[in-house]
Write a protein that binds this ligand. Sequence first.
Ligand code: ASP
Length: 353
Amino acid sequence: MLDRRAFLEKSALLSALGFLPRAISAEEYERDVARTSAPTGFRGQPCVVSSANGINGVKLAYDRIAGGADTLDAIIAGVNLVELDPNNQSVGLGGLPNEDGVVQLDASCMHGPSRRAGAVGCLEDIATPSLVAKAVMDYTDHVMLVGEGAKRFALAVGFKPQNLLTEQSRKDWLRWKARLSDRDHWFEPESLEALKFTHGTINMNAVNAGGDLSSVTTTSGDSYKLPGRLGDSPIHGAGQYTDNSVGSAGSTGQGELNIKTCGAFLAVELLRRGVAPEQAALTVLERALAVSEKRRLDERGRPRYDLQFYVLTKDGRCAGATMYEGASFAVCDERGPRLEKCAYLFKASEHPR
Ligand code: ASP
């Protein structure tokens, strides 16, 4: 929940700076929260679910929610752990760069009770795009800012710029450059070995005991991507989605296919129709497979890529699903933080390695 005083002060400042063409008032905001919050008396299970790389973050977020924190504030604190970890090369600081050697970050979030959303794409020099996405949500009348405009906004609201390219990521980028083929396209290399460093993201979703939900996804996207490429992570309805009356969902993995599938939106819509979380996640993967271009499939129609979905219901049930057997997802509820096996469409032995 926004602190009312801080909200008013920041709104006034941003309005004066011209960032808020039509800022909502604190009264409007509170009315909105009240209107869309879970019905009084709803008692569900608090639960935080994320991609496996969020195993420490789900605990932090769960503890904050148990202590009364807003679900979105809590999960953003959870993903900040990964964004600020220089050794994680798929998110935030230390993320692998684009083909020019520049780290460009994407993130999006949704706050269920207030039905608000924010996102940034191709953000440079700011380690925590999830927080910038939330600032877009909190302090502007927009949902998404990209590129230079996103950076200017982040600096204006007080984020500090820093060099995000760590020495390790710079060396990996140079190694990649050194082995570029002479084929003039940017499709994925055929060998999965070569894909080792090309994917990674963190998605986290949470529900509190009152049934209020939030979701966030943050990434450095495909490594060595074309400058300006946006994946699914900053796209509401693809990289993450929340409907406070139903549930939340988010993804990691092959972003282009997920954009075409509107995967997170589809997962939540399936929950709305009463489909169980695991089945909802698997159905989204089947749909992604159905819209896959031929070049992304092997001769038997199996995906040459991976895609994971994480799904959470308003009453605290969750699941993860992946194309190939073997992946896990992180969850924290009253039983504590743990990794659980994802459901899958194909056995590991069927992987076209
Ligand atoms: N989904 C991310 C993207 O397409 C990458 C990933 O999760 O591996 O940008």
